[in-house]
Ligand binder design. Structure first.
Ligand SMILES: C[S@@+](CC[C@H](N)C(=O)[O-])C[C@H]1O[C@@H](n2cnc3c(N)ncnc32)[C@H](O)[C@@H]1O
Length: 276
């Protein structure tokens, strides 16, 4: 069987090879391919087949058994980390103008979770917004922000808080000046904001439950998962959110199946939902 990828035709990955690759990755890092869309995973494996000049997926499988460096390469390609500060700025405008003030009005505490937080750009954006608009609530210790991701290396980068200028393109100029300092061609996020976000490892394929919270951002992560897994993940979010808490998905993501009954759509354009 052949599958077309961006105009080229690439050999399908035989089930045996696919299984071997899955087993190697699991042994290396505990990462499982189970809930991901096969198509997405195979497309990414092909990227490494080409990059390593392997003549076939089977040959690439052999290479993978021998090279831990390649195992780490493949893991990085599979857990793509594209992100930037204030990604989709209109979502953060809506959060800053409506959702966060409402939550802070109604609740004593605002516990936010950024799931699939990559290099920290998303939870830090929330922290920057909170400092900019709701400094009193932050100073009073009413706000906590946790970022989680499956990739420990990217979490380490998140804690460091050092970014290529590209990642800052959508940061409002005032915030940029106040909270980032140039450092060797990159930008370091200030200690105050870094100190506001806690980073933890979590794998959406295995995670059973989340600590209670009022706001969950899970953007551009669900798209990589099978529908059934997405539904399980979304129901997990509904369990964690206190009634009236908010969920924000990515622009290409939406609620599925049973999870739809657990949320009310607040803003379809920005993919903002409220837990019932
Ligand atoms: C495209 S980035 C999204 C970053 C950010 N949420 C945004 O929208 O800018 C996807 C992130 O999901 C993480 N991810 C992928 N599979 C995951 C899993 N099973 N559990 C937790 N995070 C996962 C990846 O490591 C990556 O950092």
């Amino acid at each position: 069987m052949l599958s077309g990828i961006t105009g080229s035709v690439e050999p399908d990955i035989a089930p045996d090879t696919f299984e071997v690759i899955g087993r190697i990755l699991k042994a290396r890092s505990g990462f499982t391919l189970d809930g991901y869309k096969d198509k997405c995973v195979k497309r990414r494996i092909h990227i490494r087949v080409r990059a390593t000049h392997s003549p076939s997926p089977e040959a690439y499988g052999e290479l993978l058994t021998q090279s831990t460096a390649e195992q780490d390469h493949l893991l990085r390609v599979l857990t793509i980390h594209v992100s930037h500060f204030f990604r989709n700025p209109t979502v953060f405008a809506k959060l800053g103008e409506e959702i966060l003030p409402q939550l802070l009005d109604e609740r004593e505490r605002l516990r936010a979770l950024s799931v699939g937080c990559a290099g920290g750009e998303e939870p830090y954006t929330l922290a920057l917004l909170m400092k900019d608009r709701f400094a009193n609530a932050v100073a009073a210790g009413r706000v906590s922000i946790v970022g989680v991701d499956v990739d420990n290396a990217i979490l380490e980068q998140a804690r460091e808080g050092l970014y290529h200028p590209d990642r800052l393109a959508e940061v409002p100029p005032g915030i940029r000046e106040r909270c980032f300092a140039p450092e060797g061609g990159r930008y370091r996020l200030c200690d105050e904001i870094r100190g506001q976000v806690l980073f933890e490892h979590a794998d959406l394929n295995h995670r059973q439950g989340w600590d209670p919270c009022e706001l969950i951002l899970c953007r551009n992560v669900l798209i990589y998962f099978e529908r059934e897994r997405q539904e399980t993940i979304l129901n997990g979010f509904a369990d964690a959110l206190s009634p009236g808490g908010y969920l924000v998905l990515g622009k290409a993501e939406t609620l599925f199946g049973t999870a739809r009954k657990r949320f009310r759509t607040i803003c379809p354009v920005e993919r903002i939902y409220r837990a019932l």
